[in-house]
Design a protein. Sequence first.
Length: 137
Amino acid sequence: MQYWLMKSEPDVWSIDQQKKAGIKGAPWDGVRNYQAAKNLKSMRKGDLCFFYHSNIGKEIVGIVKVIKESYIDKTDKTGRFVAVTVQFKSKFSKPITLENIKKNKDLSHLALIKQSRLSVMPVDYKSWKIINNMSKI
């Protein structure tokens, strides 16, 4: 299993909308960055992803699970980019802010900090555990 972080602007697609999508999940589409698209192509069914609200909030708000591996993104007229389908797993009772993530030196290597504009990025297992524990504080 691999771990990821996926960013969405909450006024475009929020964790609450993801939850309402129910068991069938929803496509994670609209990604037009080649590195982020490569990350989508690397995702496997069952992988877990942090759901990050970007721009408004700048915080990890929950977890989604990949339920369908990459396929051609229907919103891409060129046919070059892909989407995956993700399903809601959980919503954090207390979101983890980017500010708090930056304060943790064990997370300073994350792409969330180093490549702040990247919308889909890998998260190593140790960081996944640290961030999950932060959500319980």
